[in-house]
Design a protein around this ligand. Structure first.
Ligand code: ADP
Ligand code: MG
Length: 410
């Protein structure tokens, strides 16, 4: 028999004030009508005197330990429980153009009813955007942005990722997906789905292999859930390539690029807490000249630099500590991103853990990157640069053009 998921049931309840399930199919029609109308009246009377948002009653002639489909009425599983957002827009530092795009996307979502129903834009777009997809390199603030969006809307956030949906331990993906949407609906929370790449990207043409079939099924389920969902869903992916056309119309894309120079400077400032003792020579403006780095790498570099200073027996962190730590973080990422053959490239050497590396030696890759040719760090015989690196080179060039930043610079 077709089993309704908790999500589908919740949707149906939105149009019907009372939903009664569990009456055996072979019960007489008159008896069922009497039972439901009496239950309906009793519940109505009860709600008239008790101010409650929602009510779930369970009546059963069976053992309460039974299990069965009605158990989906229970609280959402722990992995889809909403939390208070941990970041707001004051902490998220983005180039002004990126921030504006994000704000526009939030406005579209927030005022969907106004735009597509009252102003009738639904006539020209029957499937208005139901989600924001944030794409861009890792560590650029996509997760932060999802928190900030929820904070801005005064809502909680449910954090989920693709792996959780596909988890073998929690049943099939579609069921998990519905549980996730049901939780978001029930708690009026923003839904954040990280690592959504596989779901947003083009359908596999050949569906002979089981896993590809599973992804396509899950993607279709996602699109249907999005069409029905009235809340806000935010997706994050690291790559922007080949979105599935069906996803395109439902999802509004916002690119979160690597920070430009003014954004980097603000991110450096925001990551130097008041208690951290700094040498006289520390300059955020100078550190911001090191490009091709993400906010996460800056954060890591600050912690790494402080650790290095302490290990060297100093009680202040100086400019060289920050530079060295940042360059090694950047080089480590570059070498991790590029599968490399036996002979080591320069980037790989710079990625060797700290102690041996002298600042003067590791400056080289940075200079090459600043000249706008990050791929030149690589030996000519080396592997083809990853698409994300090429994309980053383009982004760097583009970000030199826009330079305004709104941040919480100290
Ligand atoms: N745009 C940004 N503004 C401020 N801090 C940032 C930014 N991007 C990254 N960071 C820092 O890096 C950390 C990781 O960012 P995160 O949002 O998890 O990146 P992503 O989800 O894009 O991989 C943040 O907690 C923050 O310390
Ligand atoms: Mg993230």
């Amino acid at each position: 028999m077709y089993a309704e998921t908790g999500f589908q049931r919740l949707l149906r309840q939105k149009t019907r004030p009372l939903h009664i399930s569990g009456i055996p199919e072979n019960a007489g029609a008159t008896a069922v009508a009497l039972l439901t109308s009496r239950l309906g009246k009793a519940v109505g009377d009860f709600l008239d005197t008790e101010a409650l948002d929602g009510l779930t009653l369970r009546l059963s002639t069976r053992t309460p330990f039974g299990g069965g489909p009605e158990d989906e009425d229970e609280e959402p599983p722990a992995r889809f429980r909403p939390i208070e957002p941990e970041y707001d827009f004051d902490r998220l530092i983005l180039p002004a153009a990126t921030r504006e795009q994000l704000m526009l996307a939030i406005t579209t979502m927030e005022h969907r009813a106004q735009l597509f129903e009252r102003w009738n834009l639904g006539m020209i777009e029957p499937h208005p955007n139901a989600a924001i997809s944030l794409h861009g390199p890792s560590g650029t603030g996509k997760t932060m942005a999802a928190h900030a969006i929820a904070h801005r809307l005064g809502k909680k956030i449910i954090l989920a990722d693709y792996a959780q949906l596909e988890s073998k331990y929690h049943g099939d993906g579609t069921k998990n997906l519905h549980a996730m949407f049901a939780a978001a609906l029930a708690h009026d929370a923003v839904l954040f789905l990280d690592e959504a790449d596989a779901l947003l990207h083009r359908r596999f043409e050949a569906t002979s292999q089981g896993s590809e079939h599973a992804v396509n099924t899950l993607r279709s389920a996602l699109l249907m859930a999005l069409d029905a969902f009235e809340g806000l869903a935010v997706f994050a992916t690291n790559s922007a390539s080949s979105y599935d056309p069906a996803v395109h119309t439902r999802v509004r894309h916002v690119e979160i690029p690597l920070p430009d120079a003014p954004a980097r400077e603000a991110i450096w400032r925001a990551h130097l807490p008041p208690g951290l003792p700094l040498a006289e020579d520390v300059s955020c403006a100078a550190l911001a000249e090191l490009d091709g780095v993400s906010g996460r790498e800056i954060k890591k570099a600050v912690i790494e630099a402080a650790t290095r200073a302490l290990r060297a027996g100093r009680f202040h962190v100086d400019q060289a500590d920050f530079r060295t730590a940042l360059e090694s973080a950047r080089a480590a990422r570059q070498s991790a991103e590029t599968p490399r053959p036996a002979q080591a490239g320069q980037a790989a050497e710079a990625a060797q853990p700290a102690e041996a590396a002298q600042p003067a030696e590791v400056v080289q890759p940075a200079e090459a990157a600043q000249a706008g040719h990050p791929a030149q760090d690589r030996p000519a015989s080396g592997p083809i640069p990853a698409p994300s690196e090429l994309a980053r080179a383009v982004l760097d060039a583009a970000s030199d053009l826009e330079s305004t930043t709104t941040g919480n610079a100290r």
